[in-house]
Structure formats: structure tokens, C-alpha cells
Design a protein around this ligand. Structure first.
Ligand SMILES: C[S@@+](CC[C@H](N)C(=O)[O-])C[C@H]1O[C@@H](n2cnc3c(N)ncnc32)[C@H](O)[C@@H]1O
Length: 286
């Protein structure tokens, strides 16, 4: 039996339509992620070696194993971590950061507030909240400060974000004017890596959070909410629920940034477009 387990290859693993349907339903119920039929191979490849590591021999055995566990079991969290997609970059969709520098900061300065509060609510491995921190530190004038709340449903990716260490292949994503103040390049054995400086890291609070839940933060907390490149994984119904949750956490006239390929068209909410992929709470439509 042991030999059978060791020598089974990925090609021997069959994911039936019914098993795929169950996995789809589970990740939808937990995280709101809608997997299309085209994602069957992806689900298969993400799960196989993990299931083998549990010494289970089939997708069916894994489903039975999961379903006997209480919802707070770490195995459920690992299941979610395996099925999220975490692609991100520093300064991704740079028009948003230009807009913050040219329009958002000057308008915010007129409010007389002292601390700008920003939420990166699908922060993945941290490039988005660190980019926000780099931009705000450089462009807010003396006497003004900022705080960033960075959350994600995936606990593995959140640990990587908190760690703030990246491969040098990502170095060029950071414009030269930000590099010196924000990061340190490794030497010797770690010369292929750079790390975010602690002075920048300490501006960010990392926490696990599922966008389907009401955030564990006070209502009306944030000036800006970055919810980019996560709505693409959600159904219209889930997008509606998520953006309504975000309304409650945002200040009156706060802004919501979504990915350039995402849209709130046809979604009932208090968010009104003010720029492509930028929305303002309660704005009078122009
Ligand atoms: C493609 S990344 C986007 C990262 C970043 N916002 C960007 O635009 O580069 C999507 C992230 O959304 C997270 N995610 C998926 N479903 C979520 C949910 N229900 N609640 C919170 N985060 C979720 C994933 O774990 C993943 O890290």
C-alpha cells in the first residue's frame, strides 16, 4: 500500500466533475471565490501534492477528511490558502498612485485631518500596502501622517507580506526615487533578496480578514480603500455584499480603488465613479 502511495503520479489522480463541484461550492461558501469550469485543472494541480502530503489517496478521501473537521480547523484555512490567486506587484496600476499624489493628497490636506487612514483589503504578499506606504511617506508634507491596514484571507501570503522580503527580480518594480529610503538589499548569501525597511513596515498593521465578513474595525474609519484585483474572482452577488461592507468602513466622501479590469457597473451601492476604477462614497454623480 505504501508503495502504491509513493509511486502514484499526478496523471493517476482523477478529479471527477462531482468532486470539482464540491470544491467549487466550498471555496465559494467560505471565500466568495467563483471558479469557472475552466479551473478544474488548476484546482487539481494546486491540491495534489498537498493531499499526498496528508497521506490521502484521492480527492474524495480529502473531501471526506475536510468535511469531518470543525470550521475553525487549520486544514480549512490551508484549503483556502491553496485556492487563492496572489499575483501582485509593487506599483501595480501606477495611475492610481499618480492620482493619489496629484489629486487625493491636495484635497485631503484641505480637510485639516492629521492622519490619512488607508485599507488595502486584499493585500496579498504586501506589494500593494508597501507601495502605498512609500508613496504617502514621500508625498505627505511634514506634520501629516498615515496608517495602513493590510488584510487578506490567505494566512500564508499574509505572513510573507509581514516578512517583507522579496526576490531581487522584483527590484525594478520600485521606481528609483523610492528605493533608497524604503528597502535594503541583501549581501553575501542573501544578495538575491531585498527587504522593506522597518521604518516603512511599522506604518502597516497586517491582519487576516475575509471580505465576506464585517471587518473588525470601527465604521467610518478609512479615507481610502484599495480593493484591487480581487473582485474579478467574485460573482455579482458577492461583489455587492463586499462593496456594501466597505461602504460602512469608509469615511463620508472616502474613496474606493478597484482594479483596472474590474467594474461596479450594475451593482447597487453608494459608490459613484469619479475616475476609471476610482469611486467616491456618496458623491453626486457628475
Ligand atoms: C490577485 S491578488 C490582488 C493583490 C493586490 N490587491 C493587487 O491588486 O495586486 C488577490 C488577493 O485577494 C485575496 N482574496 C481572495 N478572496 C478573498 C476574500 N474573500 N477576502 C479577502 N481576501 C481575499 C487572495 O488571497 C489574494 O491575495
Amino acid at each position: 500500500m505504501e508503495a502504491e502511495r509513493i509511486f502514484a503520479t499526478a496523471a493517476d489522480w482523477k478529479l471527477s466533475d462531482q468532486e470539482f463541484f464540491y470544491f467549487k461550492q466550498l471555496i465559494y461558501d467560505i471565500a466568495g471565490i467563483s471558479l469557472s469550469e475552466k479551473k478544474k485543472e488548476l484546482v487539481k494541480s494546486r491540491l495534489i501534492s498537498y493531499i499526498q502530503g496528508l497521506e490521502l489517496k484521492s480527492f474524495e478521501a480529502y473531501l471526506q477528511f475536510l468535511q469531518k473537521l470543525p470550521t475553525e480547523s487549520h486544514y480549512w484555512q490551508e484549503f483556502v490558502n491553496l485556492l487563492t490567486t496572489n499575483k501582485t506587484d509593487f506599483f501595480r496600476e501606477p495611475k492610481h498612485f499618480d492620482y493619489i499624489i496629484q489629486t487625493v493628497i491636495p484635497a485631503w490636506l484641505k480637510t485639516g485631518e492629521k492622519v490619512m487612514k488607508v485599507w488595502s483589503c486584499a493585500s496579498s504578499s504586501g506589494e500593494e500596502p508597501y507601495t502605498l506606504a512609500m508613496v504617502l511617506r514621500r508625498h505627505l508634507p511634514a506634520g501629516k501622517d498615515f496608517e495602513i491596514f493590510a488584510t487578506d484571507i490567505d494566512t500564508d501570503i499574509l505572513s510573507r507580506a509581514q516578512n517583507g522580503v522579496y526576490a531581487m527580480t522584483k527590484f525594478d518594480e520600485i521606481p528609483a526615487e523610492y528605493q533608497k529610503d524604503s528597502i535594503s538589499i541583501g549581501t553575501g548569501d542573501v544578495s538575491n533578496w531585498f527587504r522593506v525597511k522597518s521604518s516603512l513596515k511599522e506604518k502597516i498593521t497586517f491582519k487576516q480578514h475575509n471580505l465576506l465578513d464585517e471587518a473588525d474595525v470601527k465604521d467610518g474609519s478609512f479615507d481610502l480603500v484599495f480593493c484591487r484585483n480581487v473582485l474579478i474572482y467574485f460573482s455579482k452577488e458577492t461583489i455587492s455584499r463586499v462593496v456594501q461592507n466597505l461602504e460602512n468602513k469608509t469615511k463620508e466622501s472616502g474613496l474606493l480603488f478597484i482594479g483596472h479590469s474590474e467594474s461596479l457597473q450594475g451593482i447597487e451601492s453608494k459608490w459613484k465613479t469619479i475616475q476609471p476604477s476610482v469611486y467616491k462614497l456618496n458623491a453626486v454623480k457628475g
